[in-house]
Design a binder for this molecule. Structure first.
Ligand code: BES
Ligand code: ZN
Length: 608
């Protein structure tokens, strides 16, 4: 294998083949993208040119998925010899021949009807109902459905963009951003630090901006802006804490964009502008750990980036660890312990489920996703097992040494990609050996399940919650339980530890005492609705239907559909609700729910 040693600030060449990209960066690679596009809300299409500065010779291969390629020209204005490959899981490879001396290529293109990254919402699907809305979601391999690009996390490039949007809308990107609406709908952007394609992002809608501090601010639809600004008031402090832990924030501004509720994730760490679900606007700042999480990605992920999706734990495991440290500093140790323990419970449930599904291979930290949609490999494993592994190392060497190590790691590999092997070698050399620590690293990284030496988080406050559950089981009425100072973490722990099945009467007693059906906290609503389905608690069904038809966050809606689908009656309801809700979901959520509800066979009955 060719070893490329880099001693400049140029991004390094990828060190291994990415099974999820057709690009061949060893032959030719993009260095800079100048994008010039029009967002046509009516036709639901993005159309324009992607102009590339490239390095390499012979040919360059781009990823595309569902794009219509209109023309390809070289820097000298001549038409380029190009061809599109067959359609596979990875989309279609676009090969462009590079005559000697060519370092620029322009691709005129438009997006297709089913562009997977894009969700087009009509005005009535937004919060204010005034303007249509568009947002993109790039991770893991969706950016290729709205830009022809080398869509591998191991390939970084700088970009600039000109975006023409309808008058009355604001466009924002993972780049320098406007803070006010432009009168003509035209916007320009720059991202001067090299980023991988999955971090390219665009949103267009009726947006307004409110500052939260020196470097932080929030974008939202005007009707939501005040609420959002109140909820995220701790952002600037989080950023200061993060810098104190692991070194300077390298992206200048950190803003948050609150999207319509159909956003398929809780959050997405688009550089300079985190995209977030409005379901974290709980009204009491209780769900802001998500902001800490996406912010933490500004180091773990956006600065040091997983080389391929098999190494996702390097992004997510580090980020969950970092998120916890930010929360500990801002909200205290009790909070951080409860937060960690809820995550640990999710990890155990995931390991059990994967084992029951004969899918124990996906409980490994280092994944093998070749030939599969990388989205299918995303689970709590990368997040929580990754976190547990880092916690274990921390417990062996102590915090001061671990913190110094991580800080140095981010610094050393800033703007580079990282493979699991390379990280393990660095870990061994810089932390394990100097401190004479030996660990079952191979078992953690390539073994299944959770190794026995995992450090299980403990929380006194959760122990007290369990005592209240026991009192309730023993006959104390719900209204007399000692819940006065409980935070959302304790409520979720309570709900997860209720005996099952409960029956509709016991559910009603809890609901009367604690008003779960009308809770404004989406994490509580989610667990409660899950119980409501399992216990046939019909009182909550209106709320369930409302939740499923407004929220598109996959983490919530997928398990609820799955629970419904576990009975025949429930499946009928699930499909009826889904028929209404599906148009409100992003392709990421649609793909998963389609699968669960066997939607293709239902919506297109096979002819006899
Ligand atoms: N980068 C992820 C979202 C993601 C991961 C998208 C893999 C596609 C493939 C983001 O940072 C994330 O982890 N979001 C979580 C937030 C949470 C753990 C606080 C989410 O959306 O629930
Ligand atoms: Zn994340």
């Amino acid at each position: 294998m060719l070893l490329i040693v880099s001693c400049t600030s140029q991004p390094e060449q990828p060190q291994e083949m990415d099974p999820h990209s057709n690009a061949r960066p060893f032959e030719a690679v993009i260095e800079h993208l100048a994008l010039d596009v029009k967002v046509d809300m009516e036709a639901r299409r993005i159309e324009g040119t992607a102009n590339y500065k490239i390095k390499g010779t012979g040919r360059i291969i781009f990823d595309t998925d569902g794009l219509e390629i209109l023309s390809v020209t070289l820097g000298n204005g001549e038409a380029a010899d190009h061809s599109l490959g067959d359609s596979t899981l990875l989309g279609r490879a676009l090969e462009v021949k590079l005559p000697k001396g060519t370092d620029r290529v322009s691709i005129a293109y438009r997006t297709g009807d089913q562009a997977k990254a894009l969700l087009w919402l009509s005005a009535d699907q937004t919060i204010d109902g005034k303007q249509p809305f568009l947002f993109t979601q790039g991770q893991a391999i969706l950016t290729r459905s709205w830009i022809p690009i080398q869509d591998s996390p191991g390939i970084r490039f700088t970009y600039e963009a000109k975006v023409s949007a309808p008058v009355g809308t604001m466009a924002v990107m993972s780049a320098t951003n406007p803070q006010a609406m432009s009168p003509d709908g035209r916007y320009s952007f720059r991202m001067d630090q090299p980023v991988p394609a999955y971090l390219m992002a665009l949103a267009v809608g009726d947006l307004a901006f409110e500052p939260l501090g020196e470097r932080c601010g929030v974008y939202a639809e005007p009707g939501l802006l005040k609420r959002a600004a109140w909820e995220f008031a701790d952002t600037e402090r989080m950023l200061e804490v993060a810098e104190t832990l692991y070194g300077p924030y390298r992206w200048e501004r950190y803003d948050v964009l609150v999207l319509p509720a159909s956003f398929p994730f809780g959050g997405m760490e688009n550089p300079r502008l985190t995209f977030a679900t409005p379901t974290i606007l709980a009204g009491d700042r209780s769900l802001t750990a998500l902001i800490a999480h996406e912010m933490a990605h500004s180091w773990s992920g956006n600065l040091v980036t997983n080389a391929t999706w098999n190494d996702l734990w390097l992004n997510e495991g580090f980020t969950v660890y970092f998120e916890n440290r930010i929360c500990e500093a801002v909200y205290g140790e009790d909070y951080a312990r409860m937060h960690a323990l809820l995550g640990h419970q999710e990890l155990q449930a995931t390991i059990q489920r994967f084992s029951a599904e004969n899918n124990a291979a996906d409980t490994r930290l280092r994944l093998d996703l070749a030939g599969r949609n990388p989205d299918d490999g995303v689970s709590d494993i990368a997040y929580e097992k990754g976190f547990a592994f880092l916690r274990l190392i921390e417990s062996k060497v102590g915090r001061p040494k671990f913190d110094a190590f991580i800080k140095e790691y981010f610094n050393t590999f800033a703007f580079q990609s990282m493979t699991t092997d390379r990280f393990l070698a660095y870990l061994d050399e810089n932390l394990m050996k100097p401190n004479k620590v030996e660990l079952n690293v191979a078992e953690w990284v390539d073994g299944e399940g959770l190794p026995a030496n995992a450090v299980v988080p403990v929380s006194d406050r959760f122990t007290k919650v369990e005592a209240e559950v026991a009192r309730w089981e023993a006959g104390t009425p719900a209204s007399e339980l000692m819940t006065a100072d409980w935070t959302y973490h304790e409520w979720v722990h309570f709900l997860r530890h209720l005996p099952q099945p409960l029956g509709a009467d016991r559910m009603a007693e809890l609901d009367q005492a604690f008003k779960f059906t009308t809770s404004g906290n989406s994490e509580i609503t989610f667990v409660w609705l899950d119980h409501a389905i399992a216990n046939n608690y019909a009182v909550a069904y209106d709320r369930l239907v409302e939740f499923l038809t407004t929220v598109g966050r996959r983490k919530f809606v997928l398990p609820l559909y799955e629970r419904l689908a576990s009975t025949e009656k429930g499946m009928v309801m699930a499909r009826a609700v889904y028929a209404k809700a599906r148009g409100n979901y992003h392709a990421v959520t649609v793909r998963s729910v389609d699968d669960k509800l066997d939607w293709r066979s239902v919506s297109q009955p096979v002819a006899f």
